[in-house]
Design a binder for this molecule. Structure first.
Ligand code: 13P
Length: 281
């Protein structure tokens, strides 16, 4: 199965009431575990390369590895740039063979975010790629308080205008999540999500998935979220299991590498089931 743009699967998820997970990846062993889970679960999935990874010296080789894995997968896999920092970086990612890009202009003044997102959309659409953008700002879990987050929440009226003026294919919204480990228990503003969904027809995206409860995931997906981004939990789980494996009497180099693969396989499988993506390929 060739690599595919995420958009058709996101549209199916949106109408089917489930979500496609988007897993960031930083190295090969975890990626192998991720692909094993995708096959186990027969689930359409999005694999993501974070913005700074695209600037790393091995970026082109790592992207080629992920592309190769996706091309031999038997289920649809999209490969997206996560939090693209500039128009140029989005161009670079598509030249490296990624299928889609997220452009993150969420820290820019609104008009600049609109102008840059529109440019990315024109360029990416010409190459057959879909574009996700962020409106409002999803902050960091280490600074988290629900009240402080509110300052960056997505304004539904602005979201409607943003989607219309940019032509973006999917929209990341700020409704209470944050990236990384949460300093305080996360809360979601589901009424705000409902209002955004009323005004915006493109698939909606939730970043900062790690640390939400199963009930919160289910409510967000029922409320219209069609893509959920997760990484921190995958990294923490693999890290904990590596530490435990290193303490085993027969610990070895290969028991460590197997542990990373197994941790990603199990944890990605868990999210594929939880989000309802399993069996949808
Ligand atoms: P977490 O690492 O908090 O799960 O967030 C992932 C994310 O949103 C990447 O874009």
């Amino acid at each position: 199965m060739p690599l595919v743009s995420a958009l058709p699967e996101l549209i199916k998820a949106q109408s089917g009431g489930y979500a496609i997970p988007c897993f960031d990846t930083f190295e090969m062993l975890g990626t192998e575990g991720m692909f094993a889970a995708i096959e186990d679960k027969r689930a359409p999935t999005i694999v993501a390369l974070y913005a700074h990874s695209v600037e790393a010296p091995n970026a082109k080789a790592f992207a080629a590895f992920i592309r190769t894995m996706a091309e031999k997968a038997t289920v649809p896999v999209a490969f997206i740039l996560d939090h693209g920092a500039s128009v140029e970086q989005c161009v670079k990612a598509l030249c490296y063979g990624l299928t889609d890009v997220m452009f993150d202009g969420s820290k820019l003044p609104l008009e600049e975010n609109i102008a840059n997102t529109r440019l990315v959309v024109q360029m990416a659409h010409a190459m057959g790629a879909a574009v996700e953008a962020e409106l409002g700002h999803v902050g960091l879990g280490r600074d988290y308080s629900f009240e402080a987050q509110r300052k960056g929440f997505t304004d539904p009226a602005v979201a409607e205008r943003f989607v219309e003026e940019t032509g973006v294919d999917a929209l990341a919204v700020a409704i209470g999540t944050a990236h990384g480990v949460y300093k305080a228990a996360p809360q979601l503003d589901l009424e705000l999500l409902a209002e955004i969904k009323r005004r915006v027809s493109v698939p909606l995206v939730l970043h900062g998935g790690s640390g939400l409860s199963e009930e919160q995931f289910r409510a967000a997906i029922a409320g219209g979220i069609a893509k959920v981004n997760v990484f921190t939990d995958l990294g923490l789980t693999a890290g904990r299991q590596l530490v435990a494996a290193a303490g085993e009497p027969n610990a070895s180099y290969f028991s460590m590498t197997d542990t990373v693969r197994a941790a990603f396989r199990a944890r990605c499988g868990y999210y594929l089931d939880l989000f309802g993506a399993s069996g949808k390929a």
